[in-house]
Design a protein around this ligand. Structure first.
Ligand SMILES: Cc1cc2nc3c(=O)[nH]c(=O)nc-3n(C[C@H](O)[C@H](O)[C@H](O)COP(=O)(O)OP(=O)(O)OC[C@H]3O[C@@H](n4cnc5c(N)ncnc54)[C@H](O)[C@@H]3O)c2cc1C
Length: 447
């Protein structure tokens, strides 16, 4: 069968490309190895409980992102985070400190001492410097001081990447913030002067899986999206890519197209039957770290949780020496996630900080979460429900070699016309960024 494009992987990246290509009339084939579409989106529905054990929310930046989501036909299902959940907490010296997007909240909080706040504010007057390939920790310490790096940035890095700011690269992980030193001399000055963008935290009434299902819906018609497949051969002859695969009944299929788009995570590439020369070129990607994360979601009776849960959740800086990376309060962010008079909490364990902890037994993990929730939120009662999801490889780590690896992919794409790579392994791990880039690539391909 002849197609305009063959897409490998039906996570958010593959789905957004396929959805947009199909919308403009292209003939596409999507091959997914598992029995579901959505990749790292994974919603559990358990009676009245709606639990995210993968991506919890997405963050849109401006109307263009909202337009993309509108294209998936979820107008009545889209939810914006409640205003009250704009509050975030950071654990420091055993206590939760409140922060909001407003800088005044930092000045008012006891998270940093007076001297540490002065050091942070002095960034406004610091001169521009140039340290190539700087880690997040080094960049933040140089610009804002050690306390800001340890207490503000470290937990954010943990919340987004489950990563270690000493290992991750500033320019690769936060290119927009990194570039402000170059463009404005001071990052704070740049933040104050850059155009305001309307950022919204978005979820869906039936959970994030509703988004994945809506993206996949037009692809199910006519068997565009095939699940439970195993790709057995990928070859290029002239301008044509030919992909062979077996389905779950072990029947063999073949499809050809001038474009092949690889959206499966890089830790699966070694097993992909790509032509030998491409496989060799991709070898440096095998060293790219992807730590494990275990997600523990728990339902409690409201009356058993002393804390008001009046925010999005809390993050834990490394120097607190806790076993849990952070805890979200999903029932405070969106309505109708739990039965009446109940609340939902979602804890994260592992990451680069504690890779061994994510692999512990359920019992050990349960004990860690009990300790954490008792010490920080004062919860002494057992949950009424619990769901544990293990991600043996969770989020790609953009370390000092990320930029070289990304250049390598550009080179491979340049050498093999019609071959494209798109996903969280490159140019940003957030869900909206992956979807936006997928949408843009599809528009570019269909020009
Ligand atoms: C626990 C967790 C929490 C997260 N929370 C958030 C959040 O709250 N907000 C946010 O913005 N981001 C979050 N993220 C990040 C975000 O979900 C991911 O970056 C995003 O889903 C990546 O999309 P993707 O399509 O690139 O890859 P994936 O979602 O990994 O999808 C890849 C797909 O490829 C398939 N595949 C693998 N091998 C093959 C093969 N050989 N052939 C065919 N298909 C194959 C997989 O089965 C999968 O369906 C979270 C991630 C995790 C793991």
């Amino acid at each position: 069968m002849q197609f305009d494009a063959i897409i490998l992987g039906a996570g958010p990246a593959g789905l957004s490309i396929a959805h947009e290509l199909q919308r403009v009339g292209a003939k596409v084939k999507v091959l997914e190895s598992t029995d579901r579409a959505g990749g790292s989106i994974r919603t559990i529905r358990d009676g009245e409980w709606i639990i995210e054990t993968g991506a919890n929310t997405l963050q849109t930046e401006g109307d263009a992102d909202l337009e993309i989501l509108k294209g998936y036909g979820l107008k009545n299902a889209k939810q914006f985070a409640r205003t009250a959940s704009a509050k975030r907490f950071i654990l420091s010296r055993g206590k939760l400190h409140t922060l909001t997007a407003h800088p005044a909240s930092l000045l008012k909080s006891n998270l940093l001492s007076f001297t540490e706040k002065l050091r942070l504010a002095s960034e406004l007057f610091r001169s521009r410097e140039n340290f190539p390939n700087e880690s997040i920790q080094a960049f933040m310490t140089r610009r804002f001081g050690k306390a800001a790096a340890n207490l503000l940035m470290d937990p954010v890095v943990s919340g987004i990447y489950a990563g270690d700011p000493k290992e991750l690269n500033m320019e690769s992980c936060f290119p927009a913030i990194h570039s402000l030193e170059k463009s404005h001399r001071s990052v704070l000055l740049g933040l104050m002067q850059r155009p305001k963008v309307d950022r919204r935290i978005v979820g869906f009434k039936n959970g994030m899986q509703q988004l994945a299902d809506a993206m996949a819906k037009p692809l199910i018609v006519g068997g565009v999206l095939e699940k439970n497949t195993r790709v057995t051969e990928i070859k290029k002859e002239g301008d044509t890519w030919t992909v062979s695969w077996v389905d779950q009944t072990q029947s063999q299929h073949t499809a050809s197209a001038p474009r092949i788009i690889i959206t499966l995570p890089h830790w699966h590439w070694a097993r992909l039957p790509l032509p030998k020369s491409i496989k060799q070129s991709l070898q440096p990607w095998e060293q790219s770290q992807v730590p494990s994360v275990t997600v523990v979601a728990r339902g409690y009776k409201r009356s058993d949780v002393p804390h008001p849960l009046d925010g999005f959740g809390y993050l834990v800086p490394n120097n607190e020496n806790r076993e849990v990376l952070g805890c979200l309060f999903p029932s405070s962010v969106f309505s109708e996630r739990t039965p009446k008079d109940h609340v939902l909490l979602c804890c994260f364990i592992g990451g680069s900080r504690h890779p061994d902890l994510a692999a512990q037994s359920d019992e050990q993990i349960r004990a860690s979460v009990n300790r954490e929730l008792s010490e920080t939120l004062g919860i002494k009662h057992a949950p009424v429900k619990e769901w544990i999801q293990r991600w043996p490889q969770a989020i790609p780590q953009y370390d000092e070699k990320q930029s070289a690896r990304e250049k390598l992919l550009e080179q491979v794409e340049g050498e093999h016309a019609g071959l494209h790579f798109l996903g969280a392994f490159r140019h940003g791990v957030s869900l909206m960024s992956v979807i936006r880039r997928g949408h843009t690539l599809a528009q570019w391909l269909s020009r």
